[in-house]
Structure formats: C-alpha cells, structure tokens
Design a protein around this ligand. Structure first.
Ligand code: SAH
Ligand code: MG
Length: 215
C-alpha cells in the first residue's frame, strides 16, 4: 500500500474540506467575523464540527457541557445536535469571547438552549458538580486549557450518563506544535486510555480528537 506523505495528507484534508464544509452562510461566515473582532482563529474545522453534531445527536441529547466557547462555532454544532428540549452549558473565561459567542448563538437561533458560563473551567465545573444531577450529562466537549484536561476529565466523569460521549480537541497538537514535539495532551490521553469506565479512541482529524463513550 502506498505510504502517507505530507503532500498526500494535505490533499486528503483538502478533499475532506471540499466535501464537508459549512452547512449555512451563518456558520460559514462566523470565524471571519470573529477574526475581524480580534478573536484567535483556533476553532474546530467544519468537518470536526460535523463530527461533534453527529456524536451529540447520537446521544439522548438532554444536557451537554462544552469547555472553551471561543466564538461559538463548535457550540452551535453541538446545540443543533441536541434533543429539541436539550441544553448546552458552555464555559468561557474571556469576557470578550463570551460576549461574541452569545451574539452568535442568538443569530444562529440556539440562544434558548445555550447558556454561556463565564469563568475558569475548573471553577465552573466545581459549581456544576454541585448543581447538576450525577449522570445527567449526555455529551461533553473539552477544548479549554490543555494542561488542565486531566482535571476536567475527573470532574465531568461522575456527571456523565452511561452511554454519554466525551470528545476532546487538540489531543495530538495545538497551533504551537504536535505531540511528537511535546504539544497536545499526552497525560490526559493516557488517563482516558487507562480508564476502564470508558471505551475510547482517537481520530487524527485536524489537531487530533479523543472520543470516549462512558460504559
Ligand atoms: N471550542 C471552540 C474553540 C475554543 S478555543 C471552537 O472550536 O469553536 C479555547 C477557548 O478556551 C478560548 O476562547 C479561551 O479563552 C478559553 N479558555 C482557555 N483557558 C480557559 C479556562 N481555563 N477556562 C475557561 N475557558 C478557557
Ligand atoms: Mg481546540
């Protein structure tokens, strides 16, 4: 079988992006509006957004948690995958990002089901653990501060329902570099891989996604 080359990797990623782009003009223009407002261009790509939507929709979709809202791009995908009465709590510590995302959630028509919680992910998770019923969360997307992923995982685990899906972004790299160069989230990856309460794998899409289903 022919081997993977950097050129082939780029070609395949372009091919995926051509086939599976943004589904509407609002989402297609969101990150350009974010860039104009001075937000960093570190949102997931449309193909990854689709994966989040597919996975969220594969659960009962009653309650979802996202850590790291940025401009609302991934949050809109998740919110649209939830049940009609489902709810997304998305956590963001930068007030500028939170303000921007709230406006985009409204334009996208999901403001009624999305709540932006302002604060540091670890602090907000500690609040959520006392607020929410154990095993009530069907979908989790982790995409905030990379060194804290193990803490996020330990905090959300008891909140997750049996059959719930956890997705984490940047597990194989960030805009700073790749996992073989010391970037990504190796301690978190090893923690989830060794946890018998989850069936987990990784996909090398974009900067790497970890996908885990709670037993
Ligand atoms: N999920 C978004 C991208 C998130 S980028 C998308 O794909 O569309 C990471 C975001 O996490 C940034 O907006 C950053 O401000 C926020 N963030 C970083 N560290 C955080 C922390 N400790 N607590 C809460 N938010 C944090
Ligand atoms: Mg990310």
């Amino acid at each position: 079988m022919a081997s993977m080359t950097p050129e082939r990797w780029d070609w395949i990623n372009d091919y995926i992006h051509q086939l599976f782009g943004d589904p509407d003009d609002h989402l297609a223009g969101l990150m350009a509006r974010a860039e104009a407002a001075g937000l960093p261009q570190i949102a997931v790509s449309p193909d990854v957004g689709r994966l989040l939507g597919i996975l969220a929709a594969s659960t009962p979709g009653r309650l979802a948690i996202e850590l790291g809202t940025l401009a609302g791009y991934s949050g809109i995908w998740i919110a649209r995958g939830l049940a009609p009465d489902g709810r997304l709590i998305t956590v963001e510590m930068d007030p500028k990002h939170a303000d921007f995302a709230e406006a985009e959630f409204a334009t996208a028509g999901v403001a009624d089901r999305v709540e932006v919680r302002r604060g540091r992910a670890r602090d907000v998770l500690a609040q959520l653990v006392s607020e929410l019923e154990p095993e009530s969360v069907d979908f989790v997307f982790i995409d905030a501060h990379k060194p804290e992923y193990p803490d996020y995982f330990r905090a959300v685990k008891p909140l997750m329902a049996s059959g719930g899906i956890l997705v984490a972004d940047n597990v194989l790299g960030t805009s700073s570099g790749w996992i073989d160069e010391g970037h990504g989230t190796d301690p978190f990856n090893r923690l989830v891989a060794a946890d018998p309460d989850f069936l987990a794998t990784m996909m090398p899409m974009r900067q790497g996604l970890l996908i885990a289903r709670k037993r």
